[in-house]
Design a protein around this ligand. Structure first.
Ligand code: DQA
Length: 147
């Protein structure tokens, strides 16, 4: 039988992890983080579907596509702070959703303090580096309906 799938969605500029501002985001690449997510989810009996886009509308399409899966982990990058469209897409989701930020957005510029997404997701993990994705997978897996 197919295993339940947790979607791991990453937004703009997260494809450049590893070379982008390592003092803020660390040295792991997105491929490293996706491999970590796959290994961690595997241990919990889940598969992952990892996707990344630099485009807001594509992220909306991705959310719509996976909205009835086992769960969603999303780091919408800068769109977190601007996107009513991604927020509206997340409202249609029937599975648990955890918003992740690698950096502690609350310790950074003021414009990063507000998230359009936080009020419509199950929970938020901020400032714990790439480990945040594993913690988000654990939280989603604990809440996922696997039937
Ligand atoms: C981020 C924080 C955002 O403010 C920023 O625009 C990103 C990454 C994070 O993971 O810390 O692109 O979501």
């Amino acid at each position: 039988m197919a295993r339940p799938v947790i979607a791991v969605l990453n937004g703009p500029n997260l494809n450049l992890l590893g070379e982008r501002d390592p003092s803020v985001y660390g040295s792991e690449t997105l491929a490293d983080i996706e491999a970590r997510c796959a290994a961690y989810a595997d241990g919990l009996g889940f598969d992952v579907d990892c996707r990344q886009s630099n485009r807001e509308g594509e992220l909306v399409d991705m959310v719509q596509d996976v909205r009835h899966g086992a769960g969603i982990v999303i780091n919408a990058g800068a769109y977190t702070h601007t996107s009513v469209a991604i927020r509206d897409a997340l409202v249609t989701v029937t599975c648990p959703v955890v918003e992740v930020h690698i950096s502690n957005v609350h310790a950074r510029e003021r414009f990063r303090h507000y998230s359009y997404l936080s009020a419509v997701v199950t929970g938020v993990i901020v400032g714990l580096g790439p480990q945040g994705y594993e913690l988000a997978i654990a939280a989603v897996a604990a809440r996922a309906s696997t039937t």
